[in-house]
Design a protein around this ligand. Structure first.
Ligand SMILES: [Zn+2]
Length: 192
């Protein structure tokens, strides 16, 4: 392996150990030229998880994006970071068990909502309110950011965000069929 300090290609492994989870091996190496030490990791190549978007395109499942979305939904809520991390970890594990390693974005959103429902109602409602327009994860995160921004603005201006003024009830204007007709009621001539 190329030495990150001097670029020399020969080294010797001075220590080798498996990670606690058993998913990687860490090797301590010593450069044969400059004698400085560096670390390399060996792990099994993972088959990526893929999200099938509404428009038919595919994008790799990005744990960080899911995490970001959940952090936004749980902002200022009594939900610990550890709990959110656990949720994302569980979700990822469930998806990795799927034989096709592919999930529709809609289905992914539903899975996340199921988890949030049991975690925090406010976070769940926040998530669900932007979910309708959920096209893909970046869109989703953007939508959630917009929502949180609005919530923050509402909190600054008072307890509830200002509602748009109610439209004035439109009074029907009596229409005269002929000029002068509506100005004064024409007394009916009583028939004798
Ligand atoms: Zn070196």
């Amino acid at each position: 392996m190329r030495c990150p300090f001097c670029g020399h290609l020969e080294d010797k492994v001075v220590d080798s150990r498996e990670s606690r989870e058993g998913d990687s091996i860490r090797r301590r190496r010593e450069c044969l030229s400059c004698a400085r030490r560096f670390t390399s990791y060996e792990r099994v190549e993972e088959v990526p998880l893929v999200i099938l978007k509404k428009d038919g395109r595919r994008e790799p499942f990005d744990r960080q994006k899911v995490m970001k979305g959940l952090l936004l939904a749980c902002q200022k809520r009594p939900v610990s970071l550890a709990r959110i991390e656990q949720l994302v970890g569980d979700l990822h594990a469930r998806l990795m068990e799927r034989p096709d390693r592919e999930i529709r974005s809609r289905e992914l959103g539903e899975l996340i909502m199921d988890e949030l429902k049991g975690l925090d109602q406010v976070a769940y409602v926040r998530f669900a309110s932007v979910y309708r327009d959920f096209k893909d994860l970046p869109d989703f995160v953007k939508a959630l950011e917009g929502l949180m921004h609005k919530e923050a603005a509402g909190a600054r201006n008072g307890a509830t965000p200002a509602a748009p003024p109610a439209p004035e009830a439109v009074k029907p204007v009596p229409q005269a069929l002929f000029p002068g007709e509506a100005e004064a009621p024409v007394p009916r001539t009583r028939k004798k």
